[in-house]
Design a protein around this ligand. Structure first.
Ligand code: GAL
Length: 648
């Protein structure tokens, strides 16, 4: 990482050409040194089939670059022009009710249509030929927020490809029937040709639903990869695709052949710790700083202004938080509010008339500070000893075979397992991620734990000294949502030295456990009680139907240990079990990030809009004020401290 970027999405196709010059002045005012362009502009790039016009775009891009504003160029494949969608109707998505979508907004394309794919390759190549080597075009974004919208596409071609996918995976239809136990309810398929894609609103087989969505995600990945291949051929700038704050479409799989992880989020503005979960997840995906490609500066306004208005000071911290946690770029959506059309009410850095909003100054302030702290930020990185599993496979299962009522996999991980660790460095990792280098691994609700050779890798890592904290409801299903017939877990019981005696997938708020070392704490959400088969009990249920049975167990394995959780623990308990000291003692509302490298230090961010405190063991210089800090330090609401250690 050489420099930090602050920017916004910019739409030159909407404005008169000479407006760009005035907008550049505004960009300077707002600290914007990068803009993302063209993700929806296919219509202007190819007004008629095979007739390309990039002149308007190049003139805007050249002016921006000449003024010192770098550019992220996007492939416009999420909005093919009307002429294309009408001439080749097979490029349009078919909805679950089997009607073909009409042309009215965006994200219409079928991801498997050969015509769509060919047209994508052509426009991507033309765009890359024109801009691939342009100095100042510092990166590429493929498409926009690509996702299996409306449960994917139900066209004949997608259905056919789905059947082939199943055939390749299960080999024979008998094997599929057996794996999904379709005999129950007499749902056996006589041939793969009988398989009909599921419709979510109906009561469909969970294995069918999970496989359908996995297939749709696979289609998306190949759709993105074929564009990436062309961009890699014609440009040296990093390529990525801006993804949403969900791991349904897996971040690891989708980014495998891409260079930079790009992320859009419109989290509730007041909940910055929740936003932090996303950043801790993005950082480990690639060995390269990630980009926030979209976040709202003011408020969201798809049809009317609603969620997301940031209280005074929150946009400043919202700009700092990703950078503290390992981003090199923060882009807001959008630079200047649209004059008409969809999303008329959306907040922006500047309103339609080109006037700044209150929050613009907060973003500009953070941008200035990034320049001031550039040496520290580019010379250090975030390293974590704690990892938290967040699996894309489980995300799919939690959507299509949830088992717990009102269950949100992301919310429970974020609120109950990540948020308590906001004063620690934590990597949130998918199951493909290596375990080496971590001391503690948390795997709650990891319904399926058999992918990527995880059982063997966990065993080896624990034997070498790792602490695995597993459960509740971990290792209970295959990746296509079938339970195990021989034991409730595939490998957890044997590894952890326990026998799961009872389980209860319903929670309540008054269940308590008693710790063998003394004290009580609250458990909730769902419960499992164990018999000990080599493990020791760390805590027993103190009330309720499992009273007297082990609720938390521990077993030493090699140089490490396995702890099994029979419920969701409260914050204090979780911190005790993790057993790693925080970056520094601090009040609840302060998030801390330790950075190390050429130098070391701590970034402290007040995230809740009230006063906070922090206690420093050594002496630090706050790079924002130049002041020396040691001992107890106070933080004002939404204050950020960038503390570089003073070497003694
Ligand atoms: C994103 C999208 C943007 C814009 C924004 C509004 O999901 O990528 O184009 O629509 O939402 O909040």
């Amino acid at each position: 990482m050489e420099k930090l970027y602050v920017g916004a999405a910019y739409y030159p196709e909407v404005w008169d050409e000479d407006e760009v010059e005035r907008d550049i002045v505004r960009m300077k005012e707002a600290g914007v040194n990068v803009v993302r362009v063209a993700e929806f502009a296919w219509g202007k790039m190819e007004p008629q089939e095979g007739k390309f016009d990039f002149g308007w775009l190049e003139r805007a891009v050249d002016k921006l670059i000449a003024a010192g504003v770098d550019v992220i160029m996007c492939t416009p494949t999420c909005t093919p022009p009307r002429w294309l969608l009408e001439k080749y109707p097979e490029t349009r998505n078919v909805l679950p009710d089997k009607t073909r979508t009409e042309v009215f907004s965006r994200c219409h394309p079928c991801k498997s249509s050969p015509v769509m794919r060919e047209k994508n390759r052509i426009i991507t190549r033309e765009l890359a030929k024109r801009f691939g080597k342009k100095k100042g075009v510092i990166g590429w974004q493929i498409d926009n927020e690509i996702f299996p919208y409306n449960e994917g596409c139900y066209c004949e071609n997608c259905q056919k490809k789905f059947r082939t996918y199943l055939k390749n995976k299960y080999k024979t239809v008998e094997a599929l029937n057996d794996a999904w136990k379709t005999a129950r309810w007499s749902l056996e398929y006589a041939s793969f040709d009988d398989v009909i894609p599921p419709v979510r609103s109906r009561w469909e087989h969970p294995s069918l639903q999970t496989e359908w969505i996995r297939f749709q995600c696979g289609n998306i990945i190949s759709y993105v990869n074929e564009q990436a291949e062309i961009l890699h051929e014609l440009s040296d700038a990093p390529v990525g695709t801006d993804m949403m704050a969900t791991n349904l479409l897996g971040y690891y799989e989708l980014n495998e052949k891409l260079d930079v992880v790009q992320y859009n989020h419109y989290e509730p503005a007041a909940d910055l710790p929740r936003t932090a979960f996303g950043y801790d997840f993005l950082r480990p995906v690639k060995n390269r700083p990630f980009w926030v490609t979209e976040t709202q500066v003011g408020w969201n306004g798809s049809t009317f202004a609603n969620c997301g208005h940031r209280p005074q000071g929150a946009s400043y911290v919202n700009t700092w938080l990703p950078v503290a946690k390992g981003a090199e770029m923060v882009e807001y959506w959008l630079f200047r509010a649209h004059p008409n059309g969809h999303e008329l009410a959306h907040g922006a850095l500047f309103n339609t008339a080109g006037r700044a909003y209150r929050v613009t100054e907060e973003v500009a302030r953070a941008a200035k500070e990034f320049e001031r702290c550039a040496a520290f930020l580019t010379g250090t990185r975030v390293q974590s000893k704690i990892a938290l599993h967040y699996s894309s496979t489980v995300f799919k299962m939690a959507e299509y075979a949830p088992m717990l009522q009102n269950f949100s996999y992301r919310d429970i991980l974020s609120e109950r397992f990540h948020k308590p660790l906001r004063r620690h460095n934590v990597d949130v990792i998918d199951t493909a991620h290596p375990l080496e280098g971590y001391d503690v691994l948390l795997s709650p609700f990891l319904f399926s734990a058999e992918e990527h050779d995880l059982p063997a890798r966990i065993l080896e890592w624990v034997k070498a000294g790792g602490t695995w904290i597993a459960g509740p409801m971990t290792d209970i299903m295959t990746e296509y949502a079938s339970k195990y017939p021989d034991a409730p877990h595939k490998f957890l019981e044997e590894l952890a030295g326990v026998y799961e005696k009872f389980d209860l997938p319903l929670g309540n708020s008054d269940t308590r456990v008693t710790w063998s070392e003394g004290g009580m704490s609250a458990f909730d959400t769902c419960f499992a009680a164990y018999d000990l088969r080599g493990a020791e009990a760390l805590a027993m249920f103190a009330n309720g139907e499992f009273k007297g049975l082990p609720a938390v167990t521990q077993r030493k394995v090699g140089k490490g240990k396995v702890i099994v959780l029979g419920g969701v623990p409260d914050e204090e308990t979780l911190l005790r079990l993790v057993g790693v000291a925080p970056v520094a003692p601090a009040s609840q509302n302060v998030a801390l990030v330790a950075r190390s490298g050429r130098t070391q230090g701590i970034i402290a961010l007040e995230t809740e809009g009230r006063a906070g405190t922090l206690t420093l063991a050594g002496t630090y210089t706050d790079l924002l004020t130049g002041k020396q800090c040691t001992g107890d330090v106070a933080l004002a609401p939404y204050e950020v401290l960038v503390l570089e250690e003073v070497r003694g």
